[in-house]
Design a protein around this ligand. Sequence first.
Ligand SMILES: O=C(O)CCC(=O)C(=O)O
Length: 213
Amino acid sequence: MSRYQIVVASPQQLWQPSLFAQGEPRADPEFSGLVRHQLDQTAWVDHVTGWLKGADSLFEELMRSTPWEATTQELYGKVMVTPRLVARWTSADDIGALPPVIERMRALLVTRYERPFDSVSANLYRDGRDSVAWHGDHIPTRIVDPVVATVSLGHPRRFVMRPREGKTELALALGMGDLVVMGGSSQRTWLHAVPKVATAGPRISVAYRQSTG
Ligand SMILES: O=C(O)CCC(=O)C(=O)O
């Protein structure tokens, strides 16, 4: 018999609400405090710390009500379980059935960035072992300079970006209602990732993308 017992905590057990993210969820229509990181001549990232007030109640509702799925991916010829859980909503009816603040955030993003954002998806990083490897999002090439907006809920995780051929140039700690919007050529000429860490509480990222057009 092993001398070691492996204790695997569930995301609910690891979850500790923040004092700064309580109350009804409400996104800031003014995008106050927005900082634009001009990555190079053609790629940019907007960052608003704490854009969604009351992010914890949305986190808890999504944890409870989302049909989280484990998916697989092929890596170097091997089929591996993707290290995070995912969910995706692509029809207006599906998006309309989500907590109403998801639609309110979508409407604010559509107005500001003038993109349809007709697809909503979410990632659940249960703990520090969950991650997303370096990638650019797969968005049809007919969509020029796609804009991808992500709202982070729960415990902050490091979000990093680098040029396709280069080292990490931007690192942000994203959680508790932070908004990041990647635009210009950032999905084509840059990569982004959420690396694994030794310990982390659960985090959800909700992504708004354009899939048609
Ligand atoms: O969780 C994040 O902030 C990034 C997620 C991401 O890169 C993706 O879903 O493609």
